[in-house]
Design a protein around this ligand. Structure first.
Ligand code: TMP
Ligand code: ASP
Length: 267
């Protein structure tokens, strides 16, 4: 087997050169980090589940006309995507206060926001992803005003769609993070949705119990992260085929009780 050229290794994914020009292979790792990689760990099977969840969400977003980098899933941990020039911004959409906004502004977690908020953070590990205003984005040329209009319009459409998609499976979409990239056609470029959408970059709370079904379980040492990610995949109807593991039977009751038990004993 010929070795593929690795282009980049991130915290949760590795990017390899794709089979055709303009394509890339995204490999989903089980590695998890939080607080700008100060906390590191693994969530067993996360890569497999995030690959499937992200495929599912990107395909559905494509159906409603959102342009995305997703081409097709290749195997359990890899997907083929379009190569983009990444826009160095993390676009966070919030419906309900949680995480950094609660800390920064002293709003209780779980408090619905008066309206949906979009925030921008500069993608920079060295600077720990500082929040930036649209003024900074224009001033330093990270994206043009036209691109920001497309980005904010897409972020709102993604939010509307995902709120409905998750509500249908009894999950409340608290907030999430998106990344966008440019694709060039001669002198012209357009912005498309890139990266991934998964419980790594969304806050997902069970509508009834309020249980967290996302990476906050890892960030906050709540335990049960594998089960939470599997639960999201199961509710989306994407866990029960061959790729979820040979002979694996999903036992909801067992997972539910694990979710409630809280932190795992430290080894
Ligand atoms: P925050 O409350 O920590 O700012 O996070 C808001 C949302 O963005 C939450 O769903 C988690 C996601 N997120 C990422 O995907 N990557 C990050 O580096 C951070 C800080 C947040
Ligand atoms: N993944 C991010 C990091 O480690 C942070 C997070 O998702 O909370 O930088």
């Amino acid at each position: 087997m010929s070795r593929r050229r690795q282009l980049y290794e991130g915290k949760a994914k590795i990017l390899y050169e794709g089979p055709e020009p303009g394509t890339i292979i995204q490999y989903f790792k089980d590695d998890a980090t939080a607080f700008n990689a100060q906390k590191k760990g693994t969530i067993n099977g996360k890569g497999v589940i995030n690959n499937r969840i992200s495929e599912h969400v990107f395909l559905r977003l494509a159906h409603i006309g959102i342009p995305t980098h997703f081409i097709r899933r290749l195997n359990m941990r890899e997907q083929l995507v379009r190569q983009v020039e990444i826009i160095p911004l993390e676009v966070v959409v919030r419906n309900v206060a949680a995480g950094s906004i609660s800390k920064r502004l002293g709003i209780e977690e779980g408090e619905p926001l008066p309206h949906t908020l979009i925030e921008y953070y500069l993608k920079s590990d060295e600077l720990q992803d500082p929040m930036v205003a649209e003024e900074h984005i224009a001033c330093f040329g990270w994206a043009t005003n036209e691109e920001m209009q497309d980005i904010s319009a897409m972020a709102i459409r993604v939010n509307d769609f995902m709120c409905g998609m998750f509500a249908a499976i009894d999950i409340r979409l608290i907030d999430f993070k998106l990344e966008f990239g440019r694709i060039w056609d001669g002198d012209y470029s357009r912005v498309i949705l890139a990266d991934e959408i998964s419980p790594d970059n969304c806050r997902l709370w069970d509508m009834t119990s309020g249980e967290k079904l996302d990476k906050d379980r890892f960030r906050r040492d709540l335990g049960g992260e594998e089960e939470a990610y599997q639960e999201v995949a199961r509710r989306l109807g994407i866990l029960n085929d061959a790729d979820s593991g040979p002979g694996e039977v999903f036992d909801l009751t067992a997972h539910r009780s694990k979710l409630r038990t809280g932190p795992k004993p430290k080894k």
